[in-house]
Each structure stands twice: as C-alpha cells, then as structure tokens.
Design a protein around this ligand. Structure first.
Ligand SMILES: [Zn+2]
Length: 222
C-alpha cells in the first residue's frame, strides 16, 4: 500500500462531497447539505506526506486549511458529529482499491487525545473516526494506545511538538499490521511516537490514516 496518486486523492475528495450529509453545513452553518456545495468546492486534498520514522505510509484526506480545517475543527472542538460518516468513508477509500485488495491492515486503532481533553469534550474525535473507518474496512477496532497526561500538541512550541506526547501500548500486537487513525497530522511527532509504541509491542507494520494534514511540514497551529 502506498501513497495514492493525485487522481486517487481527488477521487477521495469527491467522495467526501458526495457522502457528507447533514442538516447544516459544518463549515459555514448554512442549512442543507454538510458541507454545502460552496464549501465542498473549497476542500483541498492533503499534500503528499513523507512518513515519519517507524511509519510505513502516512495518508491524509484533506489539507488542514480553509474549508478543510473548519470541517475537521468542527469535529475536534465543537462536537459536530455529522461530519464523521462522510469523513470516515472517504478516509477508508484512501486505503482500499475498488476490491479492497491492497489493504494491509489486520486492525484499526486511533491516536488517543489527552485524558483531560477526552473528559472535557466527552469524546475522542480520533476514536469516532477510527471506529467508523473500521466499520467500512470490516476490521476490529480495539483501544491499543494510552496517552500519558500532558499538554495537547496543538499550541505547543515547535521544539516540544517534535518530541511528541508520551504514548504506551496497552498490550502485545505480535505480527499485526496496524492502521492508526488520527484527526490531524501536524509535525508527525504523535504518529512517530505512536508507531514506536506499536512496534515495541510487536506490530509488523503501522500505516497512519488522517482526516487532514497541515499544508507545511511542522506548521504550528492554534
Ligand atoms: Zn458551507
């Protein structure tokens, strides 16, 4: 499984436009489709990604800017769950061919947010995406990673972000190919430390699948 061609990514973005259904546009708030036609037209595919060390491939659906950023931020910060089914369907299409033959994943898991954030929001947006992606791919979706308490990556100085959060594997995953779902890939440090934890626990491969990717590697978001 490799990073898809430009046409493959465009196809995935088209599928976002087709399958996102809801009562209001999560980007601009207009009633009707989610996102509305105007906002869907402003979604851009994620830039191609160089996988962080320990990650076999790093795939992302949307560029985390403009309408794409607003769409993912609505889920991340405002619990706009209407975007989950459409995002998950399009994310799943990034890792499967027409017949699903090129999917190398025994299971799906997610990059956990901090325990404090989860308590504060009442949900983990990466878990919501991972469970929906796993349903599309017909794979189990166990919780495999534990994130030690600490500040969230967003808003931290770049040098600290590059060190990444502290992440532990909860059990052995000997010889298992893992598809690791996250909402947004920024510096890649979270993906790197998660992949290290999974590999230390025996994982055969780790592929990261994100809803969005920041346009510039290492860009600091607020
Ligand atoms: Zn809109």
């Amino acid at each position: 499984m490799g990073v898809r061609s430009r046409s493959g990514v465009s196809q995935a973005v088209r599928s976002v436009r087709l399958v996102l259904l809801g009562v209001t546009c999560p980007v601009c708030g207009a009633p009707g489709r989610a996102p509305c036609v105007s906002c869907a037209g402003r979604l851009r595919p994620a830039p191609s990604l160089v996988p962080p060390p320990g990650v076999d491939a790093c795939l992302a659906l949307l560029a985390y800017e403009g309408a794409g950023r607003e769409l993912v931020a609505r889920l991340k910060y405002r619990n706009h769950r209407a975007v989950v089914p459409g995002l998950a369907a399009a994310m799943a299409s990034l890792v499967t061919g027409p017949d699903g033959a090129d999917l190398d994943a025994d299971l799906v898991t997610w990059m956990p947010t901090t325990p404090a954030r989860r308590r504060q929001r009442g949900y983990d947006q990466a878990e919501l995406l991972a469970r929906a992606v796993a349903r599309h791919l017909h794979r189990p979706c166990p919780r495999l990673l534990l994130r030690r308490p600490g500040p969230p990556q967003t808003g931290r100085p770049l040098a600290e972000r590059h060190r990444g959060p502290q992440v532990l594997a909860l059990r052995r995953v000997e010889g298992v190919a893992v598809l690791l779902v996250d909402d947004v890939v920024t510096s890649g440090s979270s993906a790197r430390v998660s992949a290290q934890a999974l590999r230390s626990a025996g994982a055969r491969s780790v592929v990261v699948l994100a809803a969005a990717r920041t346009p510039q590697p290492g860009a600091v978001l607020h």
